[in-house]
Write a protein that binds this ligand. Structure first.
Ligand code: GLC
Length: 629
């Protein structure tokens, strides 16, 4: 289900409304704006200092800012969804940014189709009097995951299991190359949440349950941006998200309330953002969650006093998707009070995908009535423009399509395969049934996740929620097994285990979760395997053949009761498109080195369970087996 159906009126209705209003809007221009000339608005002279790439960024910002009208400044702070705005709207309303929400793709979902789309919006931006380029953002959270055929890397929880910051940096770089070729200049990643309760639907977006793991993996920011923003070609803007405490909500409820002391917040959830700022991250996204009952989107102390002043963050702060609409509780929606609270809290750019025109009108009104000072508006613009100049957007505003040669490349897929292998965590290996022999005998493979690219990539893949099935190019775990065994070895696949008998040396059961994202993945009740998987496992166990269980899941699952009947257990997390990396570990091509990034609960009722909390998990944080030889 497209997210627009979950957060705003049905997408068809929204698009129809926007199109109709857009047509009117283009003719009538926004309130306060006027055809060039009437308000002394003039196109910038070609030799304007801000257009000179040789000048210092600060000088360029100062020069541009003083040329900007109020419309220019309000537009720069506004981000619209591609489905809710046309390039003509970018021109008419001076929009500073456009985004693709999860699964919001051009009709032609290819690198060329994306580059044409993004360049179209950029032409709209450069048609404004001051020719300020827009910046296009998307969630490239485990590769350029909205685009068909992109290399899809393991989700963060699997990368956390690798304990390999260098790998995270290389993945960031590979992702940046695939993103840059499509014209997109900004990714809403990495997520630096510290997951404290695995019931949370976004557990797989966390690198781990202790701050030092996400802090270490902020190297991905350097992969995205380079040593310095814009320092080299295919540098894209990164986003440290979601500030702050999203992984610590009571009960693991997505967008819930993090009810801990400020000292605990500073000890557990703040360190990854401090590290991200040190690495020069150019943007920070605010969390939907609340801290101690106060919605983060309205928390001036934590955004302005802590993030901007104490941590010294110099980039710009962006809201989450309609995130300001929840400030103060009650019925969500855009109100003057919420706009004022969010702007004055220190948010600089506003992700208002569908009601961005209302946002601009409301913001203009709140300035006119004195609730928002122009100094705050100018600070927000200064931050946004500084990042755009640092990125080189004014000097190279269009897609560099030469990077399309790297899209889904063998080199990127080899990197992803290596990441998959390093992320596998062997939790049980009775009788050293692993590694499986590559040759001789027959191997039986079962389970709904053995031959399903959609299930092994998980949420945020092609669509917001992800989906089962052959949704993109890649290698399933079953295909990886078939590619690994020696010729003459029989590999039989039966999803539900039908046909298993004692002629097989081993049975590999690939089970676990199907895709989900955000609050759709919250598990307030059970965290066990579904009936389909339990039936498959029962059939395999009844055969007497050694059973190797491979769990494809975005979190630890409640499997303590079934574990004694399994000979081996490998947690595969959400490996992405390169399923051969799982076979690399199953057959010993790569010795397992993965270690748990989260504590594994004895049962769901034990959640939250974390390192040092005095509880006794089934498997502790950092646990992982390897092979003797
Ligand atoms: C979402 C998510 C955020 C994402 C944004 C844009 O609601 O919370 O992680 O970057 O919308 O898709």
């Amino acid at each position: 289900m497209p997210r627009s159906l979950l957060r705003t009126p049905p997408r068809v209705l929204v698009l129809g409304l926007v199109t109709a209003l857009g047509a009117l809007g283009a003719a009538a221009l926004p309130a306060g704006a006027a055809p060039a000339g009437r308000f002394q608005e003039r196109a910038a002279p070609a030799d304007a200092p801000y257009l000179d790439a040789r000048r210092p960024v600060r000088e360029r910002v100062d020069d541009l800012l003083k040329r900007m009208t109020l419309d220019d400044r309000l537009g720069q702070m506004t981000q619209a969804e591609r489905g809710g705005a046309a390039p003509a709207d970018v021109t008419a309303y001076r929009l500073g940014s456009v985004l693709s929400g999860g699964g919001s793709v051009p009709a032609e979902n290819t690198p060329q189709g994306w580059a044409d789309m993004v360049d179209g919006y950029q032409r709209g931006a450069l048609a404004t009097p001051l020719r300020i380029p827009m910046i296009y953002g998307a969630d490239a959270v485990h590769g350029h995951n909205n685009v068909y055929g992109a290399t899809i890397f393991p989700h963060d929880i699997g990368l956390g299991a690798t304990r390999d910051p260098g790998l995270a940096r290389r993945i960031g770089r590979a992702t940046a190359e695939e993103v840059a070729g499509t014209g997109v200049q900004w990714t809403f990643a990495p997520c630096l949440c510290v997951v404290r309760n695995d019931r949370w639907g976004r557990s797989y977006e966390s690198f781990g349950e202790v701050p030092e793991l996400p802090s270490a993996m902020t190297t991905e920011i350097v992969g995205f941006q380079g040593e310095r923003l814009g320092a080299r070609p295919a540098s894209i803007l990164a986003t440290a998200k979601h500030y702050v405490g999203d992984g610590g909500t009571a009960g693991g409820k997505d967008q819930g309330d993090t009810q801990i002391s400020e000292a605990e917040l500073r000890k557990v959830h703040l360190p990854p953002f401090r590290e991200a700022v040190k690495r020069g991250v150019g943007s920070v996204m605010i969390s939907y969650s609340s801290f101690d009952g106060v919605k983060m989107h309205g928390n001036k102390y934590l955004i302005t006093d802590v993030l901007k002043r104490e941590l010294g963050f110099k980039g710009f702060v962006v809201s989450d998707y309609n995130g300001i609409d929840q400030i103060g509780g009650g019925t969500p929606g855009l109100t003057p009070e919420r706009v004022t609270a969010a702007v004055n809290a220190g948010i600089d750019m506003f992700m208002q995908p569908w009601d961005w025109k209302d946002f601009i009108t409301t913001l203009r009104g709140e300035i006119a009535n004195g609730h928002i000072a122009m100094s705050r508006i100018d600070d927000a613009n200064r931050r946004i423009l500084t990042v755009k100049f640092q990125m080189g957007l004014f000097d190279h505003p269009y897609a560099d399509r030469s990077w399309q040669r790297t899209f889904g490349s063998d080199a990127h897929r080899a990197l992803a395969r290596r990441a998959v292998a390093e992320s596998q965590v062997v939790l049980k290996n009775a009788g050293n049934v692993l590694p499986l022999p590559e040759g001789g005998g027959k191997i039986f493979v079962a389970g709904k996740n053995a031959d399903d690219i959609g299930n092994q990539t998980g949420g945020w893949t092609l669509t917001w929620q992800g989906s089962s099935g052959p949704i993109t190019k890649g290698t399933t775990i079953l295909q990886g097994i078939r590619q690994t065994v020696r010729p003459g070895t029989t590999v039989t696949y039966s999803k539900d285990g039908t046909g298993i008998d004692r002629s097989y040396k081993a049975a590999v059961a690939v089970v676990g979760e199907t895709p989900y994202a955000e609050f759709m993945g919250d598990r307030p009740d059970g965290m066990g395997l579904d009936d389909q998987d339990l039936a498959t496992l029962a059939a395999l166990r009844a055969s007497g053949v050694p059973v190797v269980v491979v769990l494809v899941s975005g979190r630890p699952l409640d499997i303590a009761a079934q574990l004694p009947g399994w000979n081996a257990l490998v947690e595969s997390w959400l490996p992405g498109t390169e399923g051969r990396g799982v076979a690399d570990v199953l057959f010993g091509t790569v010795r397992p080195s993965g270690r748990l990034p989260v504590s594994w609960p004895r049962s769901a009722s034990q959640e939250p369970v974390n390192r040092g909390d005095g509880k006794s998990p089934l498997f502790p944080y950092g646990f992982g087996l390897t092979y003797r030889h």
